[in-house]
Design a protein around this ligand. Structure first.
Ligand code: DQA
Length: 362
């Protein structure tokens, strides 16, 4: 796979430009990071940066021969219809990336004239957003999928991936990201692709987050998404996999829909909002906001239908969230593992998860 990475105006000043907003990684460092992330995924990357709208348009035309485009149009995002038109014209799948959280800055930054021409917009994840964009382009190309609405809100959607031949079962995937708007279902996509390859239908869901989510909004969306897919695709046995904050929502939903599911897998799940809020670490403000909007302090689990898998060295959600949940819920503590490798089906915890799914959905 070949991907062009195109950065627009003022991104040549990364490193010195407003480092409190954009960090201290220079453009040169960023490009070599992206090159390395691409190499890890088997993606060949090329790079262009320009401060001129016409040159950005020309570079997009050159991307016609690539398999994907990653574009950070800088401030042109908010003014240029020509860039959106150029992306639509060449027909290459394009991911729009913003380093900063454009939805939480000046109101004019929240609007993108480029987004409608892009397959996804990633924002507010720092320079790591470019890595996520590479992974998303790869996963989109791996298995065909349909994005289907399960409710009235923009975020009431999910991606259905179907295996070749008859499905062994249906797996609902719930992504994490501290219930924040900037983290979306692209994070659980690699697991969805892997499980579809293994013969499962996967339903990788979005749900309302941030100011639009809260309690019980995000949790109700997850239950609606589960109800929807069972209504639409009755028959195959159902399992849920949730990562981090998605583990929290998945455990909560599984108690409400106990009769409909065979297994729920919490991957590094948040189970104790009160503890996270008290911790003062990343996510404590998010947990406090959920508590303030009425979320219960801890989640329960369905006895006999729940397993938890947690990295011993999880730097975001301490392993105690799994080990303290309740006696009787099996917990696999993975030595030396952190928070995000849980999302990588090449890592050592995954065969155990696959085996448990195989047993539960047999
Ligand atoms: C940006 C956000 C834009 O609003 C801004 O004009 C930029 C950078 C980002 O990466 O966060 O130049 O695209």
């Amino acid at each position: 796979m070949r991907v062009l990475v195109l950065n627009g105006p003022n991104l040549n000043l990364l490193g010195t430009r407003e480092p409190d907003i954009y960090g201290d990684t220079t453009l040169e460092d960023l490009e070599s990071l992206i090159e390395g992330w691409g190499a890890d995924l088997g993606i060949e990357t090329r790079f262009t940066q320009s401060n001129h709208e016409g040159e950005v348009v020309d570079a997009i035309h050159e991307a016609a021969s690539a398999d994907g485009l990653i574009i950070n149009p800088g401030a042109l995002t908010h003014t240029s219809r020509a860039i959106g038109d150029a992306i639509s014209s060449v027909g290459v799948p394009a991911v729009e990336v913003h380093i900063s959280n454009v939805k939480q800055r000046e109101p004019w930054r929240a609007e993108s004239l480029v987004a409608p021409s892009c397959v996804r917009t990633i924002f507010g994840r720092g320079v790591g957003g470019y890595q996520d964009a590479l992974r998303h382009l790869q996963n989109r190309a791996a298995t065909p999928f349909d994005t289907v609405a399960y409710g009235p809100n923009r975020d009431n959607v999910g991606d259905i991936r179907r295996p070749d031949g008859e499905a062994y079962g249906l797996v609902v995937l719930i992504h994490g990201g501290l219930w924040r708007q900037e983290y979306e279902r692209d994070s659980t996509e690699t697991l969805a692709v892997d499980l579809t390859d293994r013969g499962y239908v996967t339903w990788n869901i979005e749900y309302r987050r941030g100011r639009e989510g809260g309690w019980p909004g995000s949790a109700h969306d997850v239950v609606s998404a589960i109800d929807f897919i069972i209504r639409e695709m009755p028959g195959p046995p159902v399992a849920i996999i949730g990562h981090s904050a998605g583990g929290h929502l998945g455990l909560w939903a599984s108690v409400r829909r106990e009769n409909l599911i065979r297994l729920v897998v919490g991957l590094a799940p948040i189970t104790d909002l009160a503890a996270l809020a008290r911790s003062g670490s990343v996510g404590s403000g998010d947990a406090q906001r959920l508590l303030d909007s009425g979320a219960p302090a801890t989640v329960d689990s369905v006895a006999g239908k729940t397993i938890l898998v947690h990295g011993e060295d999880d730097e975001i959600v301490p392993v105690s969230h799994s080990t303290h949940l309740s006696t009787g819920t099996p917990v696999e503590v993975v030595p030396g593992m952190g928070h995000f490798p849980m999302l990588d089906p090449k890592r050592e915890h995954w065969p155990r998860v696959v085996a448990e799914l195989g047993k539960a959905l047999a």
